[in-house]
Structure formats: structure tokens, C-alpha cells
Design a binder for this molecule. Structure first.
Ligand SMILES: C[S@@+](CC[C@H](N)C(=O)[O-])C[C@H]1O[C@@H](n2cnc3c(N)ncnc32)[C@H](O)[C@@H]1O
Length: 231
């Protein structure tokens, strides 16, 4: 499939992502948040974990420090370079892979956990579904997929209010420039939470929980059913 001339080019926006890499080169409490999420997900020593769209590598490093074998995957070499520096600082052993949701290399049924945070919206909807099927294929039966992203909760008539609230939230809490927030709306592919939920279940996942919180944030816990079990 990768050789097809109609396959989506995930690398087309790398220049832009490199420009925002500096935003992620910062110190905050994201390590504590990542540790909390990984603990909730039951990460254990020896687990095979992938973080797809790993950005500056904070979550990947926390998983490695908990004893997991971690693939830190990102389409942007600038982000992976940050992740490698961060891993060195934290003395965490991660394996970086310069690839995307549509191109990461995997053995079928091999991961105990896959995480992807704030990355799926980089793909248009058809390609989101392709990516979710690949993630499904890469997970062991009975294993979890933890997805967080920027998604619309209301219908378009409520979007203006939500987008403005979300812009204010990001500027105030994360120090983002309004320009980067506006770029997200204009040039990226956030979709409705209910579209994501349907894509996830169509891919075969059991939707364990869907939580909509903060303006436009969705958090999903999915499970690949055990062999022979219905989704
Ligand atoms: C908003 S950042 C999120 C980074 C990190 N997961 C976090 O939550 O802080 C989005 C990341 O997705 C990466 N990315 C963009 N398109 C991608 C794709 N198709 N596959 C994998 N990573 C991608 C970007 O390079 C960037 O590191």
C-alpha cells in the first residue's frame, strides 16, 4: 500500500512542525501527567509500548523509565531530535522511528500499549481511519490504545464559541501564540468526537471510555478485543 501513488504524504507539513518544535522544548508538569496516565494504563516492565506523534518524547521517556521497551515515533525529525536530547537528560532508553501514523513499521499483534496524543488531527478523516486500522493491527489482542486529540464536541453552530474558548485556554495555560491556534483551525483536520468514536469502533476497537473535557479535548481508551471475543 505504501508504494501507491495516491497514498497520503504525511511529510508535507514537516516544515511547519519543525517551526513549532521550539514550543515543545519547555519545562512543565507534562512528565507528571504522562506518568499518571501510564500508571492508569497499567504499564509494566517488559511491555512493548509505542508513542505515535511522540513530539518531545516526554511520555515515551516516562514509559521507558517504568521499564517498558518504547518506540518513540514521529514524522518530524526536529521533534525526534528533541526527544533524543530529552531521553539523554532523563537517562531513558527509547528507540526513535522517523515515520508517521500511516507509515510506522510494525509486526502484527506486537504492542502491549499504543499511545497517540494530539497527533491524529494531522490527517484528513479517511486517513485517520487508515491510521486507526494500522494501530489496531499492531496491538496485541486484549491490549489498549490510548488516544487524546483536539476534537469538536458541539455541532458547527456552537463551534465558534468553543474555538474561541479553546484559543483562550491554550494561550493562557500553555503559552501558545494565537497564530498557532489559528493555524490548527485553518489548516489541520480536527473532526467531531462522534466521528472519531465511529471510526474507532469500525476499526474493531471496543470503546472503553470517551471523555470530553477542556475546550475541544477528547480522551479515548480503547481495547483490541481478545482473540475470539466480539468488539
Ligand atoms: C501537537 S504535537 C503533540 C506531541 C506530543 N504527543 C504531545 O502531546 O505533546 C503533534 C506531533 O505529531 C507529529 N506528527 C504530525 N503528523 C504526524 C503523522 N502523520 N504521524 C506521526 N506524527 C505526526 C508532529 O511532528 C508533532 O510532534
Amino acid at each position: 500500500m505504501l508504494a501507491r501513488d495516491w497514498y497520503y504524504n504525511e511529510r508535507r507539513r514537516i516544515g511547519l512542525d519543525s517551526a513549532v518544535a521550539s514550543i515543545y522544548d519547555r519545562h512543565d508538569d507534562s512528565d507528571l501527567r504522562a506518568r499518571g496516565a501510564l500508571t492508569m494504563l497499567g504499564v509494566r516492565a517488559g511491555w512493548r509500548v509505542a508513542d505515535i506523534g511522540c513530539g518531545n518524547g516526554v511520555l515515551a521517556c516516562e514509559a521507558a523509565l517504568m521499564g517498558a521497551e518504547v518506540d518513540a515515533i514521529d514524522i518530524s525529525p526536529a521533534m525526534l531530535a528533541l526527544a533524543e536530547v530529552y531521553a539523554r537528560d532523563r537517562k531513558a532508553s527509547i528507540r526513535t522511528q522517523s515515520a508517521g501514523l500511516l507509515s510506522f513499521a510494525y509486526d502484527a499483534n506486537s504492542y502491549d500499549l499504543i499511545v497517540s496524543e494530539f497527533t491524529l488531527h494531522h490527517l484528513p478523516d479517511f486517513w485517520k481511519a487508515v491510521a486507526l486500522s494500522r494501530i489496531y493491527g499492531a496491538l496485541k489482542h486484549g491490549a489498549n490504545f490510548y488516544l487524546r486529540d483536539i476534537v469538536f464536541v458541539s455541532m458547527p453552530d456552537g463551534s465558534e464559541r468553543d474555538v474561541e474558548q479553546w484559543a483562550d485556554f491554550n494561550i493562557k495555560n500553555h503559552g501558545f501564540e494565537r497564530a498557532s491556534v489559528v493555524t490548527h483551525m485553518r489548516d489541520e483536520y480536527s473532526t467531531f468526537g462522534w466521528v472519531i468514536e465511529r471510526m474507532l469502533t469500525e476499526a474493531g476497537f471496543t470503546l472503553v471510555s470517551a471523555d470530553y473535557h477542556a475546550p475541544l479535548h477528547g480522551t479515548y481508551l480503547l481495547r483490541k478485543p481478545k482473540s475470539g471475543e466480539q468488539a
